[in-house]
Design a protein around this ligand. Sequence first.
Ligand code: 6GU
Length: 251
Amino acid sequence: MRLDYVTIFPDFFAPLALSLPGKAAAKGLVAFGVHDLRSFTHDRHRTVDDTPYGGGAGMVMKPEPWGEAFDALLPADTHADADAGRPTVVFTTPSGEPFDQALAAELATREHLVFACGRYEGIDQRVIDHARERAEVREISLGDYVLNGGEVAALAITEAVVRLLPGFMGNAESLVEESHSAETGGLLEYPVYTKPPTWRGREVPEVLRSGDHGKVARWRHEQAVRRTAERRPDLLAPSVLDDGTPIVRAV
Ligand code: 6GU
């Protein structure tokens, strides 16, 4: 997989050389390219923003540097209605579709991701519309809060995607059991413990030291359901229909 980043803050992407993404690059599983949007400007001040048409606060990112960046990073060839095999351009924006594990898994199937990191009040809409003629376009948000720019979001999405690539994780099982995987029914992870058995007066739950694998599995499932109900009730299947009728499941 190839991943490119277009940004006015290339230094934000230094961490790609570290940790898991860095190891994946060293193994040749992924290749990263970081591109300074200002290198696609031609004026003395390397201008990337301007005032919004229609008025209002803040500045909007100008279309021309983005167009040149896409000319450099995307094939000119357009198969307007066939996304298969085209690069995917990810615009990081608080007004995008919410990022989740399913979207990470979908992006992990792509050959080429290009992250367009917006700053200021956003990017001229024509840039997004133009990109759709040359690539699959996804506008993605990390959640319902506002970051100053899309760089940190692009890094977060990268880490979630790259760790799903075959050959990336040392232990494939830790991919299966973790929070939000479809395999655990979308429940949050149960609490985990390691040695010592007593630490600062706190004991590891007895069941985990019982050696009874069935009992351990049941305890973990119960803990996962309890945690999910408390912290993320939205992840649990509804227990009543819209009209209030209880849903009864066979156990
Ligand atoms: Cl992807 N970008 C920005 N700028 N803010 C965000 C976000 C993305 N997701 C949540 N807030």
